[in-house]
Design a protein around this ligand. Structure first.
Ligand SMILES: Cc1cc2nc3c(=O)[nH]c(=O)nc-3n(C[C@H](O)[C@H](O)[C@H](O)COP(=O)(O)O)c2cc1C
Length: 375
């Protein structure tokens, strides 16, 4: 049996001490100006121990992309000290600190953008977002690059480009959202341009800083519902392009590790297996989704479909889960939140409130029915 606690050396020579990764989790705990909040600090202060990597909450790259109350920001030098502090809090726990860089696109919240109008790949009726002009597209690529630059200057070990969960980058890739007829939309090749331009720009930045050790990862969602939504065939094209780039890892966003393909590939097989086969060893893959118990986590790793296992909800419920796994104390891993024990979890108030209400994307709560989000 391969062990979750074996090292992995990335293609840039950086050694990751084990195969466990804290999945990015928006916590709603940053200050209003996007700096490290008190509640955010509590949330991240003990969850990185014995974890190979810790990917931060989606962190904003441009004001008009702000999507969450209490979302961390990496907009300009006013955020530098706070980013430094965030990296320090994580690294002090012995993990690699990876900043997830994010723009909500049409899913941004108009009441959070300081009056700036929302933008997306194309006009979007429900949100009122407008299609970004060609100049704005270039500005958005620059915004991700600028956030990556702040991450480098702040001492982060890397960034993860958030190309998943229906946010801006995915909106450009998806035929459902992207109805452009210019160079940034239309054919599959053109829909790939925005994601790949961001990757290229961040990689060029890293070269400019002569920082080969800086980790650049990319997260994607493999499928979307909707007639023109992404299929596995689109995702294979994305993977084929990404593995040619000097990235360090890919990260798939799933709610269920074992979820089968919806369309665009063999529907009898899991998305994880086919994605891993398509990558074909060219980059390591982080797999994730509904792994709550020690048994589920270990079984997922044993499939061999992922070099790293990402944990979100399990880390919310068990801040010390990596230590429990390391010490083979699987029987001490809880798979539900105890709603009477807020003191145990150190969650920001908004996140704790959401957890109390229950939801398929949040951890199971003792005494409430739960099943994972089906997308
Ligand atoms: C509270 C919460 C916040 C999340 N925020 C983010 C985020 O900021 N960025 C992201 O890519 N995924 C986010 N996710 C998705 C997780 O990274 C993960 O993919 C998902 O929860 C499935 O894994 P899990 O079952 O181990 O939690 C979030 C999930 C939760 C539960």
């Amino acid at each position: 049996m391969s062990s979750l606690f074996q090292t992995y050396t990335l293609n840039n020579g950086v050694e990751i001490k084990n195969r466990l990764v804290v999945a990015p989790m928006t916590h709603f705990g940053a200050n209003e100006d996007g700096t490290l909040g008190k509640q955010e600090r509590t949330f991240i202060s003990n969850r990185a121990v014995d974890m190979g990597m810790f990917i931060t909450a989606a962190t904003l790259v441009a004001k008009n992309g702000k999507t969450f109350v209490g979302q961390p920001e990496a907009l300009d030098d006013s955020h530098l000290d706070s980013l430094r502090e965030t990296a320090k809090v994580l690294q002090a726990q012995g993990t690699k600190a990876i900043l997830q860089i994010h723009h909500g696109g049409v899913n941004a919240q108009a009441n959070l953008t300081d009056g700036q109008g929302l933008v997306g790949a194309s006009d979007h009726t429900e949100s009122g977002a407008k299609a970004a002009t060609a100049d704005e597209v270039v500005g958005l690529i620059q915004a991700y690059t600028n956030a990556a630059e702040l991450a480098i200057r702040a001492g982060f070990d890397g960034v993860e480009i958030h190309g998943a969960n229906g946010y801006l980058i995915q909106q450009f890739f998806s035929g459902e959202f992207n109805r452009r007829t210019d160079e940034w939309g239309g054919s599959l090749e053109k829909r790939l341009r925005f994601p790949l331009a961001i990757v290229d720009s961040v990689v060029t930045l890293k070269e400019k800083y002569a920082k080969p050790e800086f980790i650049v990862g990319y997260r994607f969602s493999p499928e979307e519902p909707g007639e023109n939504g992404l299929t596995m065939a689109d995702t294979f094209a994305l993977i084929d392009a990404l593995v040619e780039k000097p990235l360090q890892y890919l990260h798939v966003s799933l709610h269920e590790f074992d979820k089968k393909v919806r369309r665009g590939a063999d529907t009898n097989l899991t998305r994880m297996q086919l994605i891993h086969e398509r990558i074909n060893g060219k980059l390591p893959l982080i797999g994730v989704g509904g792994l709550l118990s020690g048994e589920q986590i270990r079984a997922a790793f044993q499939t061999g479909w992922a070099e790293f296992i990402g944990l979100g909800k399990a880390v919310m419920v068990n801040p010390n889960i990596a230590t429990l796994l390391k010490e083979n104390l699987d029987n001490e891993i809880a798979t539900e939140l105890d709603p009477t024990r807020a003191d145990q979890y150190g969650m920001p108030d908004i996140l704790w409130g959401l957890c109390q209400q229950g939801g398929a994307w949040l951890p199971p709560v003792k005494g409430q029915e739960w099943k994972p989000l089906d997308i």
